[in-house]
Write a protein that binds this ligand. Sequence first.
Ligand code: DP6
Length: 324
Amino acid sequence: MTKHKATALAHPNIAFIKYWGNQGSDWNLPFGNSISMNLDAFTTTTTVEFDYALTSDQLTLNGQPAQADALIRIQKFMDRFRQLTNFTLKANINSDNNFPTGAGIASSASGFAALALASYGASGLPYTEKDTSALARIGSGSASRSIPTGYTEWLQGTSHETSYSISIVPQNHWDLIDNLVLIDSKHKKTTSKQGHQIAKTSPLQQSRIETIQQRVDICKQAIIEKDFITLADISEADTLLMHAVMMSSNPALFYLAPETLSLIKFVRELRAEHIDAFYTIDAGANVHVITTTSSQAQTTAAIQQNFPNFEIRSSKTGGPARLF
Ligand code: DP6
């Protein structure tokens, strides 16, 4: 009997130009391109084993049988994989994160990127990076960006086949560091999935969408040229636009905490003192402070001194999702 088993590793990513709002189906088709960098320090490792004897997909998460909601989400994803490939077997799935839940790092991007790659790998079917990235997108939009290496761009596309991510430059092009300042480790009350659905209720979303491509172009060029100040300005602007949309949605989504604002003001002051640091914030209160290798020690020391209660988790730029 053919062996249908593969293990894949993937990193989460942090976006500089954000994905917020989708076209409403469960295909996670966005309204614009987005850009991120993979995070080397954090990994999800997933083994998929297709088994003729199974009648439903099974999931073990961090050594424990998965809760019902996680299992249902994974089974829906695997059904899509089978639908797209005409592969029929059910799978035993084992997935481990090297970072704890509630550490401020969303596991859905690395989780679905690793699952997508392990599924294609285990199936024995031919596939490309593009196929894997598009498949990962179905599980979680941002997961599509965790498939290629380094700094990646998710191309909006108009269909499943055309909405996937590509690498702008590889991991070793620029050694930026993401320093995640942990303000709140609780689970967010409103999930990204719900947020993406109501983004269109904000009167600001339309103009955010109309101007995304300009920011994508500036961001991409800044990454290629390693122009830190331009990347800093465009990323901060894009984060604020996304949060403006969140806050003006119906119902209003307010993810920022008072400490988030104190910290972003502090980061702006650091940059005014010519220290290479900028902030970006996802759907939560935590602040990702991006630095260069040479500005990292000074930045984290200054944050630690002024905000002694917050833990900082740092990560270099990561590589692609890969099979073992
Ligand atoms: C704020 O990819 O987590 O982090 O597709 O519902 O899983 P789902 O959403 P997700 O949304 C990411 C939102 C964000 C911005 C970003 O990473 O681009």
